[in-house]
Write a protein that binds this ligand. Sequence first.
Ligand SMILES: Nc1ncnc2c1ncn2[C@@H]1O[C@H](COP(=O)(O)OP(=O)(O)O)[C@@H](O)[C@H]1O
Ligand SMILES: [Mg+2]
Length: 396
Amino acid sequence: MPVIVDPDSTTARRLLGALPPGCQSVDTTERLLPWLAQHPEEYVVVLGPNISFGDGVTVCESLRVSRPATSVVFVRPALDTALLARAMQAGAREVVAMDDLHLVAGAVSRAHTFSQALRGPEASKHNGHVISVFSPKGGVGKTTVAVNLALALTDNGSRQVCLVDFDLAFGDVAITLQLFPSHTIEHAIGSEEDLDPPMLNSLLTRYQDALKVLAAPSHPDVRERITPLLISKVLRTLRTMYDYVVVDTAPAFDEQTLTALDETDECIIVATLDVPTLKNVKVALDTLEMLNIGHGHRYLLLNRADDAVGIGADKVEAILGMSVASQISTSIDIAAATNAGTPIIAASPHHPSSSAFRNLSTLLVGEPAGVADLGRTPSADSSDNDRFAKLFRIKR
Ligand SMILES: Nc1ncnc2c1ncn2[C@@H]1O[C@H](COP(=O)(O)OP(=O)(O)O)[C@@H](O)[C@H]1O
Ligand SMILES: [Mg+2]
């Protein structure tokens, strides 16, 4: 995924919002080299407008020799013919002005095409999306959302999906799906260095042809032995094997969860209509912002959205400063489906919540990169129609 280099966090965020999900940023060219050493597959470096031209040229000259498959896109405050010529001589792939983010996105997309052509057809086989479902609170519906969303994403078998249970101490994906896994992520402990698709495949449990599950360990104490490196290796490997990887998470900002969120392309934050949950979700959003995780790629899901408890979706949006992307009502059918071991989307495909999960899946699949900036502050007087249009804009 593209890496942006810029010391100014506001500029880095603007660029992150315009580029494909999963982009990362570093603040200096000195930090870039160690970052690249850890990401041998990186296909493009975007040098932000606050990087000095001289430093940028040095990066281009060095990468041209050491990593010819990694393109450099120069973003400048304004275009200047002399600088353009110098940047091209140094090996930059494109030079674009900061005031047109569509041109930046276009340059990155061309760099991607170039790198795929260079690496051959194998490289383009799979570049699956990682979608995490997170909330700092337990019991709000994360597992329910993760399971139903994963099934919706299979689109009746046309897409390959893997559901990963990273609630490592108290994961309940397997029981929710009435699965009895013979292997779990526990069996990958210690295999950080040699984890590959065949090995990972042997740890998965089949739910349907199009949906596989990587179950959580059966004992809570195993969690301690699952390293952040293993978490990131698992997700990076699964990306190469599946169209979508859906991650259920623990209600905590522990190092495993943070690593999973760091590897995430799209993050669904689950909230309910109670003040303690909203307070914690607000803190979690601030933390994600501080850590530069998922900016522009967060979706707020309001579960039990029709509970008459004195707070409505509008208030939630005002409190959290972001729009609600999806709402699921409280329904005894959802709880009954969980208890019966058949998720609602499979048990009752026409149930309103099943439709809501399918709509969420469409939103995630169809939203073009960079447009999904659902993290904006809603204006106080925004009408319902306006909000509806913004929330549900899909494929353009
Ligand atoms: N919208 C809903 N209506 C009714 N029950 C729900 C709803 N969402 C979740 N539940 C139930 O609440 C319980 C907790 O949900 P779960 O998804 O396990 O939460 P979490 O993973 O956040 O701990 C489950 O029994 C689930 O069936
Ligand atoms: Mg759960």
